[in-house]
Ligand binder design. Structure first.
Ligand code: PEP
Ligand code: MG
Length: 847
């Protein structure tokens, strides 16, 4: 085609050959390691990626350069060798080089039928995959199949089947090189994280014969269970068979002794022992659990390939830990090998990846884990089911604060609407409940008590499984694996603690959350959302009374009824977290959320307050806001209805004294939400100081506390310098900060997030992964201005991003002191923080 010199030829893979992963791919590099270990690897050759690229563009390797490859058995295989195994590549082609002459010679060695099988399988694969002929013409088997296939080839191509092995090989190489360049392959590898122009090397290997006299066949062996990661030999030996080439008397054997049929361990113990020996050596030298592919020719083993064992998350943790425990890799490498989000699978039940899945709907995977239960459509039904001891799944269009008790009573939650930071998602993550939100393919008819999923209609009481890790709703009860908080998990977490790095606290509102936080070794509570405490059946009436009070004095009286309960809430948290910091956020939501939303509720409220219905309705309407998320909430409420914060501050201080008398002194951290101006902090601080002074006086004891501010509005980030002057700490509430930076409702974004991410408007859901360019810039500005003003100030992130590995790495680099996330995400965050510390560790100076 051009006059440029022919591309570089294949390089034999010897112990010293200059083979590199970048140029020749992982498979070539791996084979070289096996060769160096002196394992019986057939002669293999690596074709570098630049040559493959030129072949794809129409250039050919000089045929002479390929001749040497056929010097052995005369048959070769060609396999892809991309830089990373997960990037895949075109399928392996076996038996290249077979022609009439070799067929005749082979017939004498391995028998006519076997020689026919080898030739036939190559003709079929060449015709279909290389010459791209109609597959229907090449599906025959039986004694005449070879002759028929050769005839069909000639009829279709107007020329006989190519007899020159180098021509066959050139065509195979060309076809594989071009397949790699095709749009489908490109998209597939991009989905696995490969660049669009990722290089492909190819490996050409002399074939060991798997068909013939004596013990012949091919197989794979691995030494680890791919789901649990526990040691177990798995694989098969396929006697008289290699890929699609099936010889006479083909029989599949188990590797180890098995009640279901014959095993290689019994029929050929010395072959089995050699395989085990090779496996142990490969694990040590390649520093990985490998699956070995082998061929047996008349009782002799050839190791033809080795690949990293494909594994689920549980196995991933166990394998990394056991390699490190055996001294094969250092503990820090084990930490780096585990994908932090994989840990979430270990903390919860998981749908067994081997089991069938009947998927009926999909949504956003809002909280990981899996659970099976019967459908209920209301919080009340969930509570009744719970009382009967029946696991149930709360299915709602969306959840509201009133659903909290229903969520507590359910084993999982499914909503038609919402996104990753909507109410259902945040609460479910906090409770460790599997949850799917934004399942927009569902149509819920709460009156008829049905939910339609495509063509299927499910009724209240029907059983479903929620897979919150994949976002899939499954019909019926799926097979579940139990959580795997085993010794491997504990060991990995201990190594993560040793690696140091940013702190990790938990967002915990209840004693149950706090206990989970301790179990996962959180370094304290970084966010206690106090408003959930007001929805309790005992407190809601007092809360409503407070909302309807006409004077500050009346408000105080109602709040006084809540005070002892609130004090107990905090005292329990302090006790459980003994010795660790607890950050309590003052009341945040709009008051309207505490009022009934339907006529029946309003009537009941009028009755309990002893007011006319019209009064109650008017007051509820007066509290209604067009945009409550930007309205009277957070510190705005704290300033306009200061009695609420006064009561909370008193409860915190009294609990501090109470807990400090029982154990270590407590230094509570009080956090003001939704601040946008420094003056707001001054005003609240003055009142809280006054409450502290009063409590010190009344209880005749001293205590200290730290007052901090949540940075949730863009203005607070920009004015972080002023605000820091009055704060002991700042905590970035990146949920609201994202909502306000984008002008994007947390509760409604789910409706179009799929489209937006699908069309590349957003690379990711910004409520899930911190938007580093926009929200991240505000965070960096906030960090820098706060530190310039108050170098010793504590900075943290307590939005949902605090549990997201990529966002954690960003926060670490931004100089944040700790992140805080749902208790069940603490292990994920701890691993991500450790990885970020290891990655950014300054190089050890040479002595
Ligand atoms: C936030 O806004 O990031 C936050 C932590 O507070 P909430 O999610 O309760 O609004
Ligand atoms: Mg917030």
């Amino acid at each position: 085609m051009t006059s440029a010199p022919p591309p570089a030829t294949a390089l034999q893979i010897t112990p010293s050959a200059p083979i590199s992963r970048e140029l020749h791919g992982w498979r070539a590099k791996c084979l070289q390691r096996l060769v160096r270990m002196q394992l019986p690897v057939p002669r293999s050759f690596a074709i570098p990626a630049d040559t493959v690229r030129m072949i794809a563009q129409g250039r050919r390797i000089q045929p002479d350069a390929l001749l040497d490859i056929f010097a052995g058995s005369g048959l070769v295989s060609v396999r892809p060798s991309a830089a990373m195994p997960e990037w895949g590549g075109p399928g392996t082609v076996l038996n290249v080089g077979i022609n009439d002459a070799l067929h005749a010679r082979l017939a004498e060695v391995i028998g006519r039928d076997n020689a026919d099988a080898v030739y036939l399988s190559f003709v079929q694969s060449y015709a279909i995959h290389i010459a791209r002929l109609d597959p229907d013409l090449f599906t025959q088997d039986g004694p005449d199949a070879l002759a028929a296939s050769l005839r069909h080839y000639q009829d279709e191509m107007d020329q006989p089947f190519p007899q020159d092995p180098t021509e066959q090989l050139s065509e195979v190489l060309r076809s594989m090189a071009r397949a790699w360049d095709g749009p489908t392959a490109r998209l597939l590898r991009q989905a696995k994280g490969a660049p669009a122009d990722a290089p492909l090397g190819l490996v050409v290997q002399e074939m060991a014969l798997a068909l013939g006299p004596g013990i012949c066949g091919s197989g794979t062996i691995q030494f680890i269970d791919p789901v649990t990661g526990t040691p177990r030999v798995t694989g098969r030996f396929r006697g008289q068979r290699h890929g699609a080439t099936v010889g006479a008397g083909a029989e599949t054997l188990f590797l180890t002794r098995d009640d279901r049929g014959p095993a290689l361990e019994d029929t050929a113990p010395e072959i089995f022992a050699d395989l085990v020996r090779f496996g142990i050596a490969a694990r040590e030298r390649l520093r990985e659990e490998m699956q070995i592919e082998f061929v047996v020719t008349e009782g002799r083993i050839s190791v033809i390939d080795a690949t990293r064992v494909a594994r689920g998350s549980r196995a991933g943790v166990r394998i990394a830990v056991s390699l490190a425990r055996d001294g094969i890799i250092p503990p820090e490498e084990a930490l780096m090998r585990v994908e932090p989000r994989a840990l979430a699978d270990l903390l919860h039940h998981q749908v067994d990846p081997r089991a069938p899945r009947d998927v009926i709907a999909r949504g956003i995977d809002a909280s990981p884990g899996a659970a099976t239960g019967r459908i209920v459509f209301s919080a009340a039904s969930a509570q009744s089911a719970h009382a009967r001891g029946e696991p149930c799944i709360l299915v709602r269009r969306e959840t509201v604060p009133e659903d909290i008790r229903g969520m507590h009573a359910s084993v999982a939650v499914l909503t038609e609407r919402g996104g990753t930071t909507s109410h259902a998602a945040v609460i479910a993550r906090g409770l460790g409940l599997p949850c799917i939100v934004g399942a927009s393919g569902l149509t819920i008819d709460a009156r008829a008590r049905t939910v339609r999923a495509g063509s299927r209609i499910l009724h209240e009481g029907d059983e479903i499984t929620i897979d919150g890790s994949s976002g899939e709703v499954l019909a019926g009860a799926a097979v579940l694996l139990p959580p795997a908080l085993d010794d491997a998990f504990t060991q990995l977490m201990d190594w993560a603690a040793d690696a140091g790095g940013m702190g990790v606290r938990a967002n915990a509102d209840t004693p149950e959350d706090a206990r989970a936080a301790r179990r996962f070794q959180a370094q304290g509570i970084g966010l206690c959302r106090t408003e959930h405490m007001f929805f309790d059946a005992e407190r809601l009436p007092a809360m409503r009374e407070m909302i309807f009070a006409d004077t500050p004095e009346d408000r105080r009286l109602s709040l006084d009824r809540i005070l002892p309960m609130q004090r107990q809430d905090f005292a329990s948290l302090f006790e459980i977290m003994a010795g660790l910091p607890v950050t309590i956020r003052l009341f945040d939501p709009p008051l309207h959320e505490f009022l009934p939303h339907d006529r029946e509720g309003l009537r009941e409220l009028a009755e309990s307050l002893d007011l006319p219905l019209s009064d109650v309705t008017r007051r509820v309407e007066a509290l209604t806001e067009f945009n409550p998320m930007l309205g009277m909430r957070g510190v705005r409420l704290g300033i306009t209805v200061p009695e609420i914060y006064d009561m909370q501050a008193r409860a915190i201080f009294e609990a501090t004294v109470q807990a400090s008398r029982k154990g270590d002194p407590v230094v509570p951290e009080i956090m003001i939400p939704l601040v946008s101006a420094m003056r707001e902090v001054e005003l609240v601080k003055t009142r809280i100081d006054a409450v502290a002074a009063a409590v010190r006086n009344e209880m005749r004891t001293d205590f200290t506390y730290r007052l901090g501010v949540m940075v949730e509005t863009p203005r607070a980030a920009l004015r972080a310098g002023d605000i820091a002057a009055h704060s002991a700490f700042l905590s970035f509430g990146t949920n609201d900060l994202t909502q306000m930076t984008y002008g994007l409702s947390r509760d409604d974004a789910g409706r179009f997030m799929g489209t937006y991410v699908g069309q590349g408007v957003y690379a990711e859901d910004p409520f899930h992964v911190l938007d580093q360019d926009g929200v991240g810039e505000l965070l960096l500005i906030g960090v820098q201005r706060a530190r310039a003003q108050a170098p010793g100030i504590t900075l943290s992130v307590c939005g949902e991003h605090g549990g997201n590995p990529e966002s954690i790495a960003f926060c670490h680099q931004a100089g944040v002191d700790y992140v805080s996330c749902s208790p069940f995400r603490v292990p994920v965050a701890r691993l991500a923080a450790a990885q970020s510390a290891i990655r950014n560790r300054p190089p050890v100076p040479r002595s």
